[in-house]
Design a protein around this ligand. Structure first.
Ligand code: AMP
Length: 190
């Protein structure tokens, strides 16, 4: 299996690029943000519990996420590999993911980070708010999501650097140019 984590701050383009990577390499895309939004939309018990957390830009507690994450993985049993989009975001999630990978007799192959500065992110997400109307795309919530990223998620970078799995690409430019940089990083490994 080839398993890649798409990493980066909110609004760095992880979602768009993850879909393209999954399609090109025949991998299964798992976005925890999409999974959670669908729980909210369907009004499930979990959805009701996490709705206000998503709207505030805080992270959903790790223990609420792991079951839907694992069942999403199970739905793709037999896959050639995964593109993880928005997961892991905390150190406990790194360990949950390692355990899930070990159960699947596999491991993380590569972590690709999209490098985009804060002002570019804020302007992108405000534009996305006009198009998609996501409730967590207001300027105040975007700034909170960025500080949550710095505090809780950015520390994962050192962990994956130590494992020599971490690659950072320039996340500013055309979607196709950024995709070429990502493919370059993947092709060096497969
Ligand atoms: P995203 O679509 O990846 O930007 O995620 C949207 C929101 O879903 C985040 O701001 C969090 O509230 C929640 N979320 C998504 N993935 C995770 C995760 N791995 N851990 C905790 N919360 C998450």
């Amino acid at each position: 299996m080839f398993n890649v984590i798409m990493f980066g701050p909110p609004g760095s383009g992880k979602g768009t690029q993850s879909i393209m990577v999954a399609e090109k390499y025949g991998l299964s895309h798992i976005s925890t943000g999409d999974l959670l939004r669908s729980e909210v939309k369907n009004g499930t018990e979990l959805g009701l519990r996490v709705k206000s957390i998503l709207e505030s830009g805080e992270l959903v507690p790790d223990e609420l996420l792991i079951d839907i994450f694992k069942s999403a993985m199970e739905k793709h049993a037999g896959t050639k590999g995964f593109v993880f989009d928005g997961f892991p975001r905390t150190i406990p999630q790194v360990h949950d993911l390692d355990q899930a990978m070990a159960e699947a007799k596999s491991s993380i192959s590569l972590v690709i980070c999209l490098d985009v500065d804060d002002e570019e992110i804020i302007s992108r997400l405000l534009k996305r708010a006009e198009i998609q109307g996501r409730k967590d795309d207001t300027e105040e919530v975007i700034r909170n999501r960025l500080s949550v990223y710095q505090e809780q998620t950015a520390p994962l970078i050192d962990f994956y650097k130590e494992q020599q799995k971490y690659v950072c690409v320039d996340g500013v430019g055309s979607i196709d140019d950024i995709f070429s940089l990502i493919c370059g990083a993947i092709n060096r490994l497969i």
